[in-house]
Write a protein of this length. Sequence first.
Length: 321
Amino acid sequence: MNNSEEKAYKALNNEATRNLNEYKKRHVCRIKRHWCRIKRHWCRIKRHKIKKTLRIKRLRLHKSLIKGNKMKKKQYANVIEMHNNIIEAQYKLSREQQLLLFKIVMEINNGNYESSSTMITKTWEMYVLVTKLNIAETAKYLDIDKRTIRKVIQSLQKVIITHKDLDKKTKTDTQVIGKARYTEDESEAEIMVNDEMAKYLENLSANYTQLNLKEIVTLKSQYSIRIYQLARKLQNIKEPRIKEITYTLEEFQKMIGSKYPTWQDLKKRVIEPSKREINNNTRVWIDFKPIKEESQNKSGRPRVTKIKLQMAITRNIANAK
């Protein structure tokens, strides 16, 4: 093979090698493009599956939220919120008067009220809440004859309570409720709550206590209901499990509306009956510890001047003791 033939052979060989390499490159590119199309296809499938899964999860979450809201509404249908300044206020109310007050508070908590303001003087604007009560429903709730509801409302209008102001430096005497207006057939009543009480009942966001009406209606004594409120106020304290607070004997009696001269009378007629009733009929366990101080009388015997209220929330009363 001469030189010219050898050069021609090498040139053909090189051209064939280049063509082969180009073919391999094109083939590899086609394979890569094919795999890219497959990957995009799988990505679309995955995204579709993910979207479908997310839709299912959102649907389940939505259903669970609806169910949870229904359960929550059912759970809190008989729960009211009262400001702690009203719970610790000084007043005396009968059982029916207290239940009527809770009914009014429940209506306000549920938003079933109208608000209005009236200029009394150039510098004094009175703000009031007006809520409506169905006489038949209220009578059933109070477990009394509906013909006596008006008397209970009128008696509640005459009650003056003494409560601490929001700054806790002063105290105020105010009416529990103000004017009451009835329909012609007396099937419905409009109750007006004045501005002083309104600020403790409307849009509560702090310093309030939740009270269970189902538990309250099982209590037959007016003192038991008041002590139950004071005990429930302690549930806002996280630790320890058994919460406690100390009141002077005079302060405690003013809050629950009793006027017994001695500790023995108070214990026999109020403390022990209320303790049994609350512990047996509610999830609240309570106990009282008298605190004695040295007397300045000639007898020198120590006398009870303070009382310690202990409280725990429990299903099994024995476990709290």
